[in-house]
Write a protein that binds this ligand. Structure first.
Ligand SMILES: C[S@@+](CC[C@H](N)C(=O)[O-])C[C@H]1O[C@@H](n2cnc3c(N)ncnc32)[C@H](O)[C@@H]1O
Length: 205
């Protein structure tokens, strides 16, 4: 299982504040939509064993599970509509029980720390031996280590990681890596990571 946790700092938690006519205006939701699409889709297909978790304003987490997604299309408008639906269901997320939004999409009332706890300390029902990897422009080169079996990658959006996130991740991450010498958009970083894993660390094509 590959998992990507993307921190959306500026996305509104109120679905009424999200206009499908101005997706970037909703805290750069366009970028998060591309992270979802880049995480779960192939050209004319969908990946297996991938989940993308969008942390919204450190309050909610919307999870896309590639194995059970139905009727999702890769365009930003379609993905944004699903995220807005998820936030619209936020009153159904009680405690840490998820709100079921549509097949393969769930919303939990969890910020970054609770989401990482869920993914790393059990309860997510997936990763058997998860490795938490922070994707950061100043990390160690990706190629210096073998790809982990059950990686959980954490990325920030168009902002840098906030100080509290930096502290939390410093305590929790197993590795902090960079995918190359240039600062990339988060969705492009996900594509590079997929390619690294798809090729077993650039060993098999
Ligand atoms: C556009 S960057 C964030 C903005 C940048 N930190 C800033 O404040 O100028 C989006 C995210 O993609 C990931 N990222 C971008 N370039 C990367 C690289 N070369 N290696 C690893 N991760 C990268 C990081 O998680 C980063 O926080």
């Amino acid at each position: 299982m590959r998992q990507f946790v993307v921190i959306g700092h500026d996305v509104p938690t109120d679905p009424d504040a999200i206009s499908l006519s101005d997706i970037p205006g909703a805290g750069r939701l366009d970028l998060l939509c591309r992270c979802v699409a880049g995480g779960v889709f192939l050209s004319h297909g969908i990946r297996e064993d991938v989940r993308v978790h969008l942390v919204v304003a450190d309050e909610f987490t919307v999870t896309f599970d590639a194995d059970s997604l139905r009727h999702l299309h890769p365009d930003e408008r379609n993905v944004a509509a699903r995220i807005r639906d998820a936030l619209d269901a936020r009153d159904d997320a009680i405690g840490h029980m998820p709100a079921d939004v549509s097949p393969g999409v769930e919303l939990r009332r969890m910020g970054l720390e609770a989401t990482l706890n869920r993914l790393l300390d059990g309860g997510a029902g997936t990763a058997t031996d998860p490795t938490l990897v922070q994707l950061h422009e100043d990390g160690d080169p990706l190629v210096e280590a073998a790809p982990p079996t059950d990686p959980v990658f954490v990325l920030s959006d168009h902002n840098d990681f906030a100080p509290a996130e930096r502290d939390l991740l410093a305590d929790r991450v197993d590795r902090r890596v960079r995918v190359g010498p240039k600062r990339l958009h988060a969705d492009h970083t996900i594509s590079v990571v997929h390619n690294w894993l798809d090729t077993d660390g650039y060993e098999s094509y």
